[in-house]
Design a protein around this ligand. Structure first.
Ligand SMILES: Cc1cc2nc3c(=O)[nH]c(=O)nc-3n(C[C@H](O)[C@H](O)[C@H](O)COP(=O)(O)O)c2cc1C
Length: 206
């Protein structure tokens, strides 16, 4: 079978992934299509010793809106100053105005299970689980934007953890790690500067 995959195609997707906000609810993918993308990524992103510590919750429509109402309420209590609240309030409006949010969790049961099985590497498993969820976050961010959506990555954990677990009845062992907000693009992203590769990459070939 001819190999239709190539690094250059993949790197086009990598270059195409950016942070977009604000986002709209107007998207070209159905909730089922988004869930299917999520399922493929969850099953194929690597984890240490194939421990499969990643857990994901996808919130569409009113569930997405509810997440940002909850976050807004909790954040408002944590930022009592009216002036400081203004910029947070604007961000809350942006996020709620998007189409959906993917919540990323690490299952602490899976991490502990690996620590019990491989005590010599016990210290490594929490960091490796973080690396695995980060790979999943990157894969989904890139995949959704490859299909023309916009997305941005947020971190309102641990502030919102308890309310999220209660609202969507999630296992206590699922620890929230990040929130990927997705929706329709409403404009272009800003130009991004990258450090010169001479400073960041070394290559040896003796
Ligand atoms: C690990 C990580 C954490 C981030 N956390 C946040 C965040 O909490 N809020 C946010 O708005 N952007 C967050 N970002 C987005 C970065 O600010 C953004 O990726 C960076 O400025 C580069 O811009 P780009 O995404 O357009 O390439 C995060 C990105 C990474 C990789």
């Amino acid at each position: 079978m001819a190999n239709k995959l190539s690094a250059s195609t993949f790197l086009e997707y990598v270059k195409n992934r950016r942070t977009y906000y604000p986002l709209s609810k107007d998207i070209s993918l159905s909730a089922d299509q988004i869930d299917d993308i999520v399922k493929v990524a969850v099953q194929n992103v690597p984890s240490s010793y194939n421990s499969q510590s990643n857990r994901v919750v996808v919130l569409h429509g009113a569930d997405h809106d509810k997440l940002w109402d909850i976050t807004s309420e909790i954040l408002r209590a944590a930022v009592p100053d009216d002036e400081q609240w203004k910029s947070s309030a604007q961000r809350m409006d942006w996020f709620k105005g998007a189409a959906g949010t993917i919540l990323f969790f690490i299952d602490q049961d899976a991490v502990r299970g690996m620590q019990d099985r491989f005590p010599a590497f016990a210290d490594g498993f929490p960091a490796w689980a973080s690396q695995s969820t980060a790979m999943l976050q990157f894969a989904l961010w890139t995949a959704l934007e490859a299909d023309g959506l916009g997305a941005n990555l947020q971190h309102y954990n641990p502030l919102i953890d308890k309310r999220v677990a209660a609202e969507w009845n999630l296992p206590a062992t699922w620890q929230l790690n990040a929130q990927l907000v997705f929706g329709g693009r409403t404009g272009e992203t800003y130009p991004k500067e990258s450090k010169p590769v001479e400073e960041t990459v070394k290559s040896f070939r003796s």
